[in-house]
Design a protein around this ligand. Sequence first.
Ligand code: XMP
Length: 537
Amino acid sequence: MQQKIIILDFGSQTTQLIGRRVRELDTFCEIMPYNKMPLDDPSVIGVILSGSPFSVYDPEAFRLDLEPIRQRYPILGICYGAQYISHTNGGKVEPAGSREYGRQHLTYINRDNILFQGFDENSQVWMSHGDTITRIPTGAEVIGSTETVENAAYYLPSNHGIWGVQFHPEVFHSIQGTLLLKNFVVGVCGSRQDWSADSFVETTVKELKEQIGDDRVILGLSGGVDSSVAAVLLNRAIGDKLTCIFVDHGMLRKDEFTNVMRDYECLGLNVIGVDASEKFFSELAGVREPEKKRKIIGKGFIDVFDAEAQKIKDARWLAQGTIYPDRIESLNITGKVIKSHHNVGGLPEKMNLKICEPLKWLFKDEVRRVGRSLGMPEHLITRHPFPGPGLAVRILGDITPEKVRVLQEADDIFIRGLRDYKVKLSGEDARRVLAAGVPADMQDGEIEVSLYDQIWQAGAILLSDVRSVGVMGDERTYENPVALRAVTSSDAMTADWAHLPYDFMAKVSTDIINKVKGVNRVCYDISSKPPATIEWE
Ligand code: XMP
């Protein structure tokens, strides 16, 4: 049976990160709303309580009865989790004199306690809380302190054991945080560490065969990583009982429709490619307002998809490439859906189809690992995210086929440039890129990767309402600028502009202006998210 750690979410911003760290320990975990602990699941081996934006004293703070959990499983409380355990077990939590925030060092560590086995002296940890534990739970012992936080970590011997840490082991700045989590997940809870991409493929293919049987499944492909991996996985399970539909709305990247269709065919997928660009161009003609453009494309996409899907008479399932972060964002911690994520919203109800989401437990980097395990080509796996409405939200103003062509050319030069430009990375930078699953060989402590693989997402934006004067040869020009956008991010919720090398930017700018007729100026977007967004519209 697949072992599982449960992370009870009290609303902290870093809950997902705890999940990722546990998965990095090759251990499956599920993030559940704090009040949805599955007490009768025999695969659970331990429980982690997350941090929270609340103080234990806030009237709206999340509370739960820990008793049934402590009787069954080892518990690790992080930040609020540790404070809540104290608060409800004879300890005391009070507002800290000053907010305990940022880097601190553990001046006292009990290395005999399993949680701190292998820790270095003065190990750096990251604190972020307004309240602090002034008295630990009755019967507990302090196992870690910093200069200002005496009760930084405690151990309460009870049933299967309870540990509390007021710092955040899941964040990068807690240098030995992963070791602490490993000590809990493996040392205390006994994880076999057998959760891997290969084991996921094996189990999921078996489950999909059982779930779907001889039914027919339809899947909407977008060219992106998630839907492509979902398709290959399903194809492995049910072969040509899977029919994929790939709609070209005319606003994809240069040659993308043809290239991706070729890739899909090489992968043995049964794909219907629908060129609906004329429909979309005519419906979008003269429309300038961003939300209106999005609505037209969303509705048009569903119409085209539906029309194709109706032709497949015996379809019972609609498969989607929904991944774990999509669903966590969709659930607030009371378990209500606050934002529904449907790549083809409304279709399942309309067509009376059952939903199949084989990647619903995976983080993005895990989806990529699964893609590799399935033998998919690297350029499909490492492809940057691309918005559903495509270049329509990267052309400011109304959309015409000519504007799309201009933008495709500029975008193509930028993206090719990012793929061709190699950089050498070492130390933490190299570790971060490797941890994201980018395949690269370490030589003399260095790896070589392309700029493309170092960033989350990039693209060009056509400022089609703006014209400026330039000079080319002896001619005066009066043409549009193109803005380039490249960001680093781990989940698209926040993003920073990528610090691209000047020589690279100089070359791309010259290439675009020389080669793309209609563009005489190139700018680089240096806004972070928030307050800007990744896309311009
Ligand atoms: P923003 O612009 O909100 O984008 O910072 C965050 C991420 O979402 C992508 N994006 C979309 N993806 N359909 C999609 O499938 C959409 O309508 C859409 N709008 C934005 C965007 O490219 C970025 O990765």
